[in-house]
Design a protein around this ligand. Structure first.
Ligand SMILES: *[C@@H]1O[C@H](CO)[C@@H](O)[C@H](O)[C@H]1NC(C)=O
Ligand SMILES: *[C@@H]1O[C@H](CO)[C@@H](O)[C@H](O)[C@H]1NC(C)=O
Ligand SMILES: *[C@@H]1O[C@H](CO)[C@@H](O)[C@H](O)[C@H]1NC(C)=O
Ligand SMILES: *[C@@H]1O[C@H](CO)[C@@H](O)[C@H](O)[C@H]1NC(C)=O
Ligand SMILES: *[C@@H]1O[C@H](CO)[C@@H](O)[C@H](O)[C@H]1NC(C)=O
Length: 366
């Protein structure tokens, strides 16, 4: 008799727990991540033909269990650290992975968010070879699928409410600038940036129409300072240092994005945003590495040749021993330490780096 009571109690509490955690998930906001390799947590592994992948060692060498996951980092990336600051364990899983689950688990995961970011992707559809990336436009179609499934699951009002309180973290733009240079385009800088920003505007409007309200966006870092582009600078001008012509595109991109977001916030009711200045955040570290504990801000930690940027990082290239002292993990991507610092700045930083509010302010009533 007593036993029966206990097991009955157990059953009840299990049921209660289920109800509680279920409704907590339903009510609480989620995190949705869009963008490129700086935020990709394994999307590209699901693209059989992609040329951009990082699902082999030594990628992930500092990830739990030294596991390569498709992240373009030695460990967690900025999407993970931002998600941690919002109370998650790491970034939500890749949406492409969620698609492989059964419908029950697929929908359960969606309540907490998803990561759509794809290495090589850009704002423009022409950025990133066909088949190699999920372009931003397609990532947004996936957000629309998420909305459809959330609506089926918890009803239209709850789905709308959830999306409006959820965080949309977007990190994109570098690949469009790389694409411009790779194509030897002769288009004027201002014209090119205007096209990119007007396309970005269309994307953000689409997300807004789907119900997104809270946008945490990071602009493009000084891409000309990454090890691969330092080699381009050297090849073109015979000089060491950053490829300044390219950095100038990144600077212009940031100020145009700043203007766009400020304009959108006056046009769209309920639109809230926080823009991280990816340019300033990185260039300040590059100009004063020791202040943040870095000793090497020009070479890749993993790779071979000049600046470890002539041979792409793979299992047979060299890896630096103290990865916390390097800004760059491979010839294009920051280390885990750099991603950690960037996320901290986005979340808690002053208006000099993140404006008009920081991510923690965006998270209020999160
Ligand atoms: C990309 O490839 C897909 C499938 O092969 C094709 O349907 C699509 O039209 C291609 N897109 C472009 C822009 O070439
Ligand atoms: C739900 O998600 C699936 C992908 O698993 C998608 O094909 C479908 O269109 C979505 N449903 C709705 C109603 O949007
Ligand atoms: C751009 O110019 C470089 C150097 O002249 C050349 O090697 C490359 O093939 C060109 N790329 C395209 C897409 O035309
Ligand atoms: C690593 O890269 C080198 C140079 O590109 C290549 O020869 C080698 O096959 C690669 N090794 C692996 C395990 O992919
Ligand atoms: C970031 O936002 C928080 C929350 O409003 C605020 O208290 C803090 O002062 C901001 N951080 C900086 C360094 O301005």
């Amino acid at each position: 008799m007593a036993k029966a009571h206990i097991s009955l109690l157990l059953c009840v509490s299990v049921v209660l727990l289920n109800v509680v955690s279920h409704s907590a998930d339903e009510a609480s906001p989620a995190i949705f991540v869009l963008g490129d390799s700086t935020a990709d947590v394994g999307t590209n592994q699901y693209l059989p033909e992609t040329i951009f992948r990082a699902d082999f060692p030594p990628y992930g060498i500092d990830f739990p269990h030294s596991r390569p996951t498709g992240r373009f980092s030695n460990g967690f990336n900025s999407a993970d650290f931002v998600a941690k600051l919002f109370g998650l364990k790491r970034s939500p899983p890749p949406y492409m992975y969620l698609l492989t689950l059964n419908p029950h688990h697929f929908r359960k995961h969606l309540l907490r968010g998803a990561n759509f970011a794809s290495a090589g992707a850009g704002i423009l559809d022409i950025t990133g070879p066909n088949g190699s990336v999920v372009p931003l436009s397609q990532q947004i179609s996936q957000v629309s699928e998420v909305k459809g499934n959330l609506t089926l699951q918890i009803g239209s009002a709850a789905a709308d409410s959830k999306l409006s309180r959820s965080m949309f973290f977007i990190s994109v733009g570098s690949n469009d600038i790389f694409g411009y240079f790779k194509a030897n385009s002769t288009m004027q800088k201002n014209k090119f940036i205007a096209i990119v920003i007007s396309t970005y505007s269309d994307h953000i409007m689409k997300l807004y129409k789907l119900g997104a309200r809270k946008f945490g966006i990071i602009s493009v870092p000084p891409v000309g300072c990454c090890p691969s582009q330092r080699l381009v600078q050297k090849a073109l001008y015979g000089a060491d240092g950053c490829f300044e012509l390219q950095n100038d595109f990144a600077l212009t991109f940031h100020s145009a994005l700043d203007t766009l977001l400020s304009h959108l916030s006056t046009q769209l009711p309920g639109f809230k945003y926080s823009l991280g200045n990816g340019y300033k955040m990185s260039i300040d570290v590059i100009n004063n590495p020791r202040a943040s504990g870095f000793e090497n801000v020009d070479a890749a930690c993993c790779g071979d040749g000049l600046l470890n940027a002539q041979v792409p990082c793979n299992s047979s290239t060299s890896v630096c021993s103290d990865r916390r002292k390097f800004l760059f993990w491979d010839m294009f991507h920051p280390t885990k330490k750099a991603a950690f610092l960037a996320a901290q700045t986005l979340y808690n930083g002053p208006p000099y780096y993140v404006s008009p509010i920081n991510f923690s302010q965006l998270a209020k009533d999160y």
